[in-house]
Write a protein that binds this ligand. Structure first.
Ligand code: N6E
Length: 169
């Protein structure tokens, strides 16, 4: 099973209205062409938090202090009844630098009300709005139809909101 992360950075919107979230348009690999948060697979010996910091640096060039990342979600993606990916979701409002594009990702600040859910993984619309409003979640999402995961069909899901994660995870 793959262990991976997603990191959603938030800032105040330019007018007095909503927050903005930093999304990436993924340029290669799983989910290519879709929007998502920065993130990726854990490397050997790495904690999820360290992975989220590294992937955010590599993909969009922003520095996040691990202590500023709030663990806000755990998502299990199941493909044809087998655990495929376990994803740790983090959120932060404090970071340094200006986003820049990389080979993997094109960053874009988007108002939280304008997140392009029709250009994202189908499951995102079920859990990301809550995460962007400040909630926490554990979810399981089942896909069918074989590899690769981003060509499989989304079947069903279970969500549990307002969960508490240990502060060190
Ligand atoms: C099934 N529904 C899903 N919904 C939302 N997000 C999903 C997802 N399934 C996978 N993800 C995320 O997609 C990224 C893939 O990352 P992926 O490109 O494979 O990783 P990494 O950057 O390490 O790859 P390289 O091997 O370096 O290209 C990674 O953040 C992972 O959490």
């Amino acid at each position: 099973m793959i262990e991976a992360t997603l990191c959603f950075l938030l800032r105040d919107g330019s007018s007095d209205c909503d927050d903005e979230v930093l999304l990436i348009e993924k340029r290669r690999g799983l989910g290519e062409g879709w929007y998502n948060g920065p993130g990726g697979k854990l490397e050997d010996g790495e904690t999820p938090r360290e992975c989220a910091v590294r992937e955010t640096r590599e993909e969009v060039g922003l520095e996040v202090d691990p202590a500023d990342l709030e663990k806000v979600g755990e998502l299990s993606f199941v493909l044809d009844d087998e655990a495929h990916t376990f994803c740790h979701v983090f959120r932060a409002r404090t970071f340094a630098g200006e986003p820049r594009a990389s080979e993997e990702a094109r960053p874009e600040w988007v108002a939280v009300d304008d997140v392009p859910y029709d250009q994202m993984w189908e499951d995102d619309q079920l859990w990301l709005p809550g995460i962007l409003e400040g909630d926490t979640v554990i979810g399981e999402f089942r896909f069918v139809g074989g590899e690769p995961l981003d060509e499989a069909d989304f079947a069903d899901h279970v969500l549990e909101w307002d969960v508490t994660f240990p502060s060190n995870c």
